[in-house]
Design a protein around this ligand. Sequence first.
Ligand code: GSH
Length: 309
Amino acid sequence: MPDLILHHYAGSPFSEKVRLILGFKGLAWRSVVVPNIMPKPDVLALTGGYRRTPFMQIGADIYCDTALMCRVIDALQPEPPLYPMATAGIADIVAQWADTALFWTAVPFTLQPAGATHVLKDATPEMLKAFGADRAAMNPNMRRATVADGAAALSNYLGRLEHLLADGRPFLLGALASIADFSAAQSVWFIHLAPPIAALLQAYPKVEAWYQRMRGFGHGTFTKTSSAEAIAVAAQGAHAPLSFTAETGLEQGADVTVTPSDYAHDAVAGKLVGLSAQEVVIERRDERAGTVHVHFPRIAFQIKKPQPQ
Ligand SMILES: N[C@@H](CCC(=O)N[C@@H](CS)C(=O)NCC(=O)O)C(=O)O
């Protein structure tokens, strides 16, 4: 098993999704805590501009976005499976819903003033202001739901989860845990960070019991590592083998940028070195991290060639 380094921070729901998966798989990993707002110089040294949290590092390979990271973790440690055969297809569809619709309802709702004082209880007023400005800049076109609209959407969504669990199954899609459970659990975990908001979960007893089961997976075992050490690992590290399936207009070695298409539209520039329907990989050089391969999923990312001047 290669050394897995997770770059994350405590209060990040998408990080909690991956931490629980590392627990589910019983893995040992290295933990680098990253800042929760910009600037993030040591993050950008590795990712080339991608600022979202978490990301995963193995040697000189950097994996962005949990949809891809979870596939990589499952390939490295197939048991227990994160994508069981019995729920193949539907598990990814439910996970995508949980990572988008459920997440963007649960998180802003929890961060209403009554919840934010708990979630961000250690933050000074200056830190709160900086956090708000950072997220507004990351998501300039997002229309925030009112508390009433958020409450209604959340009760619909939690009701759906309660329905899935109504027949007494232990996990959302049946007897086996899958990616769907981990993607949904991150939002319920975040709601729990704010006890006045978490009180609403009492109306969903099956969701609560399921969530406690998910928490029971723990986080595996980890050792702390500094970002400087992680950068040194990249500088000395090897690259994983790559595959390239040519597509019209996307030649191997072409200069491209890869940019999230949903939010935090920071472009990462490099040479196109890996391509498939699942991932795009670009090679870039950093003064400190050396030559790194940065991997992104194809879904919700845009590959572009620079426009001729
Ligand atoms: N689709 C991404 C979403 C990641 C995401 O939105 N993460 C949040 C934290 S949970 C984030 O990046 N916030 C801004 C930041 O940490 O700088 C994934 O699956 O990794």
